[in-house]
Design a protein around this ligand. Structure first.
Ligand code: AMP
Ligand code: GLY
Length: 423
C-alpha cells in the first residue's frame, strides 16, 4: 500500500519535489497546495492558501493524506508543523516545528546557535533601539563594507551591504524604525566575508542526516552578479570547487556540529536544513541557515536524486534515516530561471506562455504561472519557469537549458545567460 502525499507550496521548488515523489511506487496520490498549472499535470492542485491552517487540516482529513512536505519558510516559521502534529500526531511531516524554524526565522537565533556550537560564521553584534549607540560605535570603529541584516523574515530582501559608514548608520536607523516591518526591529550587524557562495542541503531528524547534492545559485538579476537581489536566477549542481577537502571541512566544521547542536539544545529539527555557505580562502563559513530547500536550487538538486524520495521521507519519520541509501546521478544539472521583465521590481502578469510544452531534452518546472478559462498558461509571478537540463558536464547542460529558454516565449521574458560564469 502506498501513501497519499501533500506538498505545501506552489513554485518551482515544489514542482521539482513533486516530480520525484510521483515517480515513487510508494506514492498512491499526490496533492499540492496551492500548486500551479505545471504541477497540475502530475498531481492534484488544491486551491487553498498556504497560510490557512484550518483549511489545510480539513483538506488533509478529507483526502486521507498521510504525509506532508512543507516547501516554503513562512508557514514553517508560523508554526504549521506544530499545528498539524497537535491535531494529527500520526501524520508524517517533513519540516521543522516553529521553535526549530527560528534557525531561518531569526538571524539572531541562528547566530547565537552558531556561537554556542563553535560553527564558523561572520562575527556580529545584535542591535535594537535600546542599544542603538552600540551599533553606531561599531560602525564607526570598523571598516566597511557593513552587512546589516533584519532579524526576521523579509522575503530575501532584509540584507543590506553598504560601503560607507554614514550610509550604514542611516540605514541602521531606518531598519530599526521598521524599514522591513517588525522583521527589522532587531538588526544583526555582521563582519563582511569575501568569498564564493554555495549551498549544501541535509535531510535530518535532528540526530541522523543525509547530505543531498550541493548547488550554487545566482541571486542577482544582472549578468556578472550585478543589480538587485532576486529569489534566484539559476543554479548549478554539483559545484565544481566543492571537492573532497572542502566537503570534509563542511561536514566536520558545519554539518556535524549543527546536528549535534540540535541534540544538545533540544531543538527538535525534522526536515531539510539549507546551509548557505561561503568559501573564504579555503575555509567554509555559514552565511545563513534556512529551514527548507532552496528555490531554484531544488530544481537542480532533485532531478539528480536517483533513489526513492518517498522512502527517504518515510525513513525520516520512522527514525531510520541511517539505513537510507541516497543515490545521486553523476550527471550535472543546470537550471535557468525565466522571469517577467521588470522583476524583482514592478512587473506585469497575465501574458500567455508559449512553447513550454514542446521541450523534451530539459525539464520545465513552473514557478509563477496560472491558467485562464481556456486552459492557456499565463505568467503569474516574477519567476515564471525553471528550465533544468542534466548532462555529463554542466556547460553542456547549460547550453541545452539556454537553447530551450529561447524556444519558450512570453512578453517581457528575461533570463541570465551567464549562469556559471564564476566557476
Ligand atoms: P542572507 O539572507 O543572510 O543569505 O544574505 C543574503 C546575501 O547577502 C547572501 O547570499 C550574501 O550574498 C550576502 N551576505 C550575507 N551575509 C554576508 C556576509 N557576512 N558577508 C558578505 N556577504 C554577505
Ligand atoms: N535560492 C535561495 C533561497 O531559496 O533562499
Amino acid at each position: 500500500m502506498g501513501y497519499k502525499i501533500l506538498v505545501i507550496g506552489g513554485g518551482g521548488r515544489e514542482h521539482a519535489i513533486i516530480n520525484k515523489i510521483v515517480e515513487s511506487p510508494l506514492c498512491d496520490a499526490c496533492f499540492a497546495l496551492p500548486g500551479n498549472p505545471g504541477i497540475g499535470t502530475i498531481a492534484t492542485n488544491l486551491e487553498i492558501p498556504i497560510f490557512d491552517f484550518d483549511k489545510i487540516l480539513a483538506a488533509i482529513k478529507v483526502h486521507n493524506i498521510q504525509m506532508v512536505i512543507v516547501g516554503p519558510e513562512v508557514p514553517l516559521v508560523d508554526g504549521i508543523v506544530d499545528f498539524l502534529k497537535e491535531e494529527l500526531p500520526a501524520l508524517m511531516v517533513v519540516g521543522p516545528k516553529k521553535y526549530a524554524a527560528q534557525l531561518e526565522g531569526s538571524k539572531a537565533f541562528a547566530k547565537e546557535f552558531m556561537m554556542r556550537h563553535q560553527i564558523p560564521t561572520a562575527t556580529y553584534i545584535e542591535v535594537t533601539k535600546e542599544n542603538l549607540q552600540v551599533g553606531i560605535e561599531h560602525i564607526q570603529k570598523n571598516k566597511g563594507p557593513y552587512v546589516l541584516k533584519a532579524d526576521g523574515l523579509a522575503s530575501g530582501k532584509g540584507v543590506l551591504i553598504i560601503d560607507d559608514a554614514k550610509t550604514a548608520e542611516m540605514e541602521l536607523k531606518t531598519m530599526l524604525d521598521g524599514k522591513f516591518g517588525d522583521a527589522s526591529l532587531k538588526v544583526v550587524i555582521e563582519q563582511f566575508l569575501d568569498g564564493i557562495e554555495f549551498s549544501v542541503f541535509a535531510l535530518t531528524d535532528g540526530k541522523d542526516y543525509i547530505i543531498l547534492p550541493e548547488a550554487k545559485d545566482y541571486k542577482r538579476i544582472g549578468e556578472g552578479d550585478t543589480g538587485l537581489n532576486t529569489g534566484g536566477m539559476g543554479a548549478i549542481s554539483p559545484v565544481p570547487f566543492f571537492d573532497e577537502v572542502l566537503r570534509n571541512k563542511v561536514i566536520e566544521q558545519i554539518i556535524e556540529p549543527t546536528i549535534k547542536g540540535f541534540d544538545k539544545d533540544n531543538i527538535d529539527f525534522n526536515g531539510f536544513v539549507f546551509f548557505g555557505l561561503i568559501k573564504v580562502g579555503n575555509e567554509p563559513f555559514v552565511i545563513e541557515y534556512n529551514c527548507r530547500m532552496g528555490d531554484p536550487e531544488t530544481e537542480a538538486v532533485f532531478p539528480r536524486i536517483k533513489s526513492d524520495v518517498v522512502e527517504a521521507f518515510i525513513s525520516l519519520s520512522q527514525g531510520k534515516l541511517k539505513d537510507y541509501q541516497l543515490i545521486i546521478d553523476e550527471k550535472a544539472a543546470a537550471t535557468i530561471i525565466l522571469v517577467s521583465g521588470g522583476y524583482p521590481e514592478d512587473f506585469k502578469k497575465g501574458f500567455p506562455v508559449k512553447g513550454a510544452k514542446n521541450i523534451n531534452d530539459s525539464i520545465v518546472f513552473h514557478s509563477g504561472t496560472t491558467t485562464n478559462s481556456n486552459g492557456e498558461v499565463l505568467t503569474n509571478g516574477g519567476r515564471v519557469l525553471a528550465i533544468t537540463t542534466l548532462h555529463e558536464n554542466w556547460k553542456d547542460a547549460l547550453a541545452t537549458s539556454k537553447q530551450n529558454a529561447e524556444k519558450i516565449d512570453f512578453k517581457g521574458k528575461y533570463y541570465r545567460k551567464d549562469i556559471g560564469f564564476d566557476l
